[in-house]
Ligand binder design. Structure first.
Ligand code: FAQ
Length: 324
């Protein structure tokens, strides 16, 4: 039987051992189950960063909604950006099951205390960027999140199942834009190749630092929150994506990229980790712009939050009166 958190309980060794045994047996941990404080904190950290990424991730693509080249493309992009907002909501709700307040998590993002994915600090310079984001960024997110759908924390895993279904649509719409442009005029082909050149390396960085430099991985792997390491997932993404690039006659900006016959894997050249750390530290091309946009949206949405809270309070009062 899952144990619940006794009031005031700390890290009782027997409870910790029972928790570890449940993890080892592949059981799902649910919100009311007892869990070590460190497990709870790691999940709040990871899930809140993930939710922030979904919400900030709307910004680079929203930049192109008014400039989509056809009604069909505009409808697809609108739906995608709206989906990302939904993903943020599912994950914030999942994080709240760990006893944190969503308003506090959002405040951490707005204050610049919380991280979000490095990838969303790059600009979307052309329409081809929208295709390439769907193909590479959603493609990388799917590789990462398909595995998180088996994470030991139930609410996170379940959110990932639904999100991955939607991300598959995002990836397809992106690859369709990319293949259309790649088969288009020389100018269209040049535009999409330029977008691939700019997004390839940042997409590889989405998977996080290499395993030897990843302070959280060992613990998260032991607790089966992560089921594969950063480098394993990055390698899987490269193996899946290189043939897709070849199929549409695009090149990847990595002169060292080679196929290893023995393992049937595509081996990349070295990643520029200095660039990654600079972006994570807040010094990427668009970090300031992204946070400014989020702060403005939050301020402009104050009246909506106030109206929704007032409406909810009135509904609760009505229900209480009716029940009395
Ligand atoms: N950017 O020890 P690790 C999407 C931080 S959603 C910024 O390896 P961990 C959908 C990390 O937080 C994209 N920071 O960390 C979409 C840690 O800092 P901390 C987001 C990064 O947690 C598509 C430190 O470096 N997906 O794309 C990054 O074990 C299109 C040390 O790293 C998720 O969040 C980075 N790339 O592994 C939306 C998935 N990488 O907190 C719109 C869930 C690492 O100790 C449009 N998260 N850091 O100060 C994860 O899978 C993991 O958290 C990793 C990092 C793999 C991101």
């Amino acid at each position: 039987m899952p144990q619940t958190r006794a009031p005031g309980s700390t890290e009782d060794p027997a409870m910790t051992a029972a928790f570890e045994a449940r993890i080892a047996a592949g059981e799902s941990i649910e919100p009311k189950d007892w869990m070590p404080e460190r497990y709870r904190r790691q999940l709040v950290r990871m899930m809140s960063q993930h939710a922030h990424s979904e919400v900030v991730g709307m910004l680079p693509e929203a930049n192109w909604i008014t400039r989509a080249p056809s009604l069909r493309r505009k409808v697809g992009l609108l739906a995608k950006v709206q989906d990302e907002a939904g993903h943020g909501l599912y994950i914030y709700c999942g994080a709240e099951t760990l006893g944190v307040d969503r308003a506090e998590l959002v405040q951490q993002l707005l204050d610049g205390r919380a991280k979000y994915s490095s990838i969303f600090n790059y600009p979307t310079l052309s329409w081809a960027d929208i295709g390439v984001i769907g193909w590479l960024v959603d493609g990388a997110a799917i590789v990462n999140q398909t595995v998180l759908a088996k994470a030991s924390y139930g609410p996170y895993a379940r959110a990932m199942i639904r999100i991955c279904k939607e991300e598959n649509f995002h990836k397809r719409q992106g690859y369709e834009i990319v293949s259309t442009l790649a088969a288009g005029t020389p100018a269209q082909k040049a535009m999409v190749q330029d977008a691939v050149n700019r997004w390839w390396w940042p997409s590889l960085m989405m998977f996080g630092p290499s395993d030897t430099e990843s302070p959280n991985s060992a613990e998260l792997l032991r607790w089966k929150v992560k089921r594969k390491s950063n480098d394993e997932l990055r390698q899987r993404f490269v193996n899946l994506t290189v043939p897709q690039a070849i199929a549409v006659a695009l090149t990847l900006p990595d002169p060292a990229l080679r196929h290893d016959e023995a393992t049937d894997a595509w081996i990349s050249g070295p990643i520029d980790w200095d660039e990654f750390h600079e972006v994570v530290r807040g010094n990427g091309p668009c970090n300031r712009e992204r946070l400014q946009a989020r702060r403005a949206a939050h301020d402009e949405g104050t009246w909506v939050r106030e109206a929704a809270s007032a409406y909810a309070a009135r509904q609760r009062a009505k229900q209480a009166t009716a029940a009395a």
